[in-house]
Design a protein around this ligand. Sequence first.
Ligand SMILES: [Zn+2]
Ligand SMILES: [Zn+2]
Length: 273
Amino acid sequence: MNQIEVCLVGTGAVRVNLERGGPAFVVTAGDERILVDCGRNTVHNLTRAGYTVESINKVFVTHLHFDHVCDLAYFVLLSWNNGRKERIRFFGPQGLADFLDYALLKTYEQDIKSRLGHGKDPLGIEWSVTEIEADGEFHSGGDLVCSALFTEHGNMPNLNFRFDLGDKRVVITSDTSADPRLTPFCRDADLLVSECSGPKSFLDERPWGTWHMWPETVAALCREAGVKRVALKHLVVEDWTDDREISAKMAAAVRAAFDGEVILGPDGLKIQV
Ligand SMILES: [Zn+2]
Ligand SMILES: [Zn+2]
């Protein structure tokens, strides 16, 4: 059956936000279950959403800003501890292999040696890494085809991901500047999970503001690409204001310029596509 389920595991961003974890999404399609990014509190939020860490064997990383990878060590080590049976396959930007080497193998060298010493299966702490070097298809599993698009964000390798299963299409953006090449990449998507870091007036005042999208650019992308539904994520502005309605206002601004459904999910929301 051509069905994709997307779980908004974490829709927050960098700063501590008790309502929203850092970026993390689970895409389930056929036999494939893929974690996209592993930000703050991902392991807790995965558990709340009903996933065990050891059941996830593929991890896609958009980029190496810490808010997208800071829970990876806990994710990997806990899944090993819990009895992982399959090696993890990582896909992500250039530098990911070194990142995992340093952030896991070197940092936790004593821990790993200690656990191996009492008989833990080494397979659970082994992985493969594919560093994506060009736009286009980089992975397929069953009928699911996964493609990447590099866009500008923070002067670092930065990947947006697309999932095609039969006639179903889901796109999860990274943090990204608005880029006209996102339009063909998102063409006719049934669901776009898009970053929406803050209103333009907020981003205009931040030195990093040009690295991100705001409601009007999200709406324009949805319109031009013929996207059917959009879910907003990476809601940075929530952590800078006392206005508890700020994200609802951003969603309303997207709705004002886009006729499709606009989803402002709580963490843990599962969307069927
Ligand atoms: Zn970033
Ligand atoms: Zn980010």
